[in-house]
Design a protein around this ligand. Sequence first.
Ligand code: FES
Ligand code: FES
Length: 141
Amino acid sequence: QASRRNYHEKVLDHYNNPRNVGSMKKGEQDVGTGLVGAPACGDVMKIQIKVDPNSDTITDVKFKTFGCGSAIASSSYLTELVKGMTLEQAGRIKNTEIAKELCLPPVKLHCSMLAEDGIKSAISNYYSKNPKAKATDLGGT
Ligand code: FES
Ligand code: FES
């Protein structure tokens, strides 16, 4: 197995079968959208979350990534991870968790950073649309 290219199997799996690809309907109040880019390479990632306002829980999540395999795998894995989490839990996800799960090499760490930035940005966007929901301080954007 070790001779199979540079990408780890888990990256290839997400790359070949990305989970939760797509976009939410426009203009929904309970949806937060994060759009982030990686200065290092110009890759772009969009993460959208649908939130149950009563429990502050992420009930659905979608992504679109214009980027490398590691960025696609990072966003795909992120969507699996955050579904069912509270906003507070999702806001605490670190890119290192994603990189570890996918066995990303050091040069690909910034790809997982895109996923961390993406979910944080989606959460901030949700809070900016629903100011009363703000229960967590994400420490700026
Ligand atoms: Fe080209 Fe990421 S640098 S796809
Ligand atoms: Fe830039 Fe992967 S190479 S996000």
